[in-house]
Design a protein around this ligand. Structure first.
Ligand code: PBG
Length: 325
């Protein structure tokens, strides 16, 4: 083995062509999943303050959005719904005529090839803002799981290709798989938010989705940011319960977890670059403190380098344009 001065690693970086040839990691538009927020009403296309470039969209706007997304070659969207009404049990989440269910139909009608993933959770739909139902002041795991499974089935019946439970209740992946199979929906995939942490970086999203808990916090169901070994156990359980792919969320602070997940499992792995990650870059770029394009592409590259196969990012549209050769 030679060392300096015989070996000079700067040779690998001398020209752009050499750098292209020696590049180990590539982000492509094929890796990207774009979240969409669907709201009631007509003619709504309202930018979310803390998430520049992300909009509240009414269902009538979806055909145009879907066409643009398809034109950019982004393969998939992840749908979040804001319902007309909330209640204790989050009933609007599993209403077959609910906001997400109707949005899925509309997207599938317009662009059948676009992969439609739905976020399965109750927090946008419950009056208390928790991801499950409350019993004696606490989020009741098993009752919540039953409602989440119902929600997933209605999304799949509407035409969703993939359901993505983000609630972090124990056993929900198994319950959803069983409910889908019992309903003749065995082709519908599950991407589980397997290692989802209780993160401050969800701040802008909770404003966008109107889903902040009205009392307490999510610490009794989302993971402690200090734990990585526990993430392996979470992922392992979801895989045993039938998850087709697993997700780590947030992404940027959890590159080690992405790496461990990649090294420990052969399942497809997604990373969710959350609203706070976008907000940091957007805000700094607006102040002229960061180059938005370089920072965004560096972040996405880092997630792939750590081992993610797919990336959920609000910057998917921008990235798709920047990545186009
Ligand atoms: C719903 C859900 C959340 C996010 C995705 N699904 C919020 C939360 O758990 O409080 C966060 C997404 C983001 O910040 O971009 N459970």
């Amino acid at each position: 083995m030679s060392s300096f001065p015989e070996m000079r690693l700067r040779r690998l970086r001398r020209t752009e062509s050499l750098r292209r040839l020696f590049r180990e990691t590539r982000v492509t538009v094929d890796d990207l999943i774009l979240p969409l927020f669907v709201v009631p009403g007509q003619n709504v296309k309202q930018e979310i303050d803390s998430m520049p470039g992300t909009f509240h969209l009414s269902i009538d706007q979806l055909p145009r959005e879907a066409e643009e997304i398809a034109r950019l070659c982004i393969p998939a969207v992840l749908l979040f719904g804001l319902p007309e009404n909330k209640d204790e049990l989050g009933t609007a989440a599993y209403d077959s005529g609910g906001i997400v269910q109707r949005a899925v139909c509309e997207l599938k009608r317009q662009v059948p090839d676009l992969v439609v993933i739905t976020d399965v959770c109750l927090c946008q739909y419950t009056s208390h803002g928790h991801c499950g139902v409350i019993e004696n002041g606490r989020v009741d795991n098993d009752k919540s799981v039953a409602l989440l499974a119902r929600t997933a089935v209605t999304h799949a019946e509407a035409g969703a290709d993939i359901v993505a439970p983000s609630d972090m209740m124990d056993g929900r992946v198994g319950a959803i798989r069983e409910a889908l199979d019992d309903s003749g929906l065995s082709d519908v995939m599950i991407i589980s938010y397997a290692a989802k942490y209780a993160s401050a970086f969800y701040g802008p999203f909770r404003e966008a989705a109107d889903s902040a808990p009205q009392f307490g916090d999510r610490l009794s169901y989302q993971m402690d940011p200090a734990n990585a070994r526990e993430a392996i156990r979470e992922i392992e359980l979801d895989i045993l319960e039938g998850a087709d792919a697993v997700m780590v969320k947030p992404a940027l602070c959890y590159l080690d977890v992405i790496k461990i997940a990649r090294d420990s499992f052969s399942h497809p792995l997604a990373a969710y670059s959350v609203s706070g990650e976008l907000a940091m870059i957007k805000a700094a770029a607006q102040k002229g403190w960061l180059d938005e394009r370089r920072a965004t592409l560096e972040l996405l590259t880092a997630l792939k380098r750590a081992g993610a196969d797919m990336i959920v990012t609000y910057a998917a549209r921008e990235a798709a344009r920047w990545l186009r050769v």
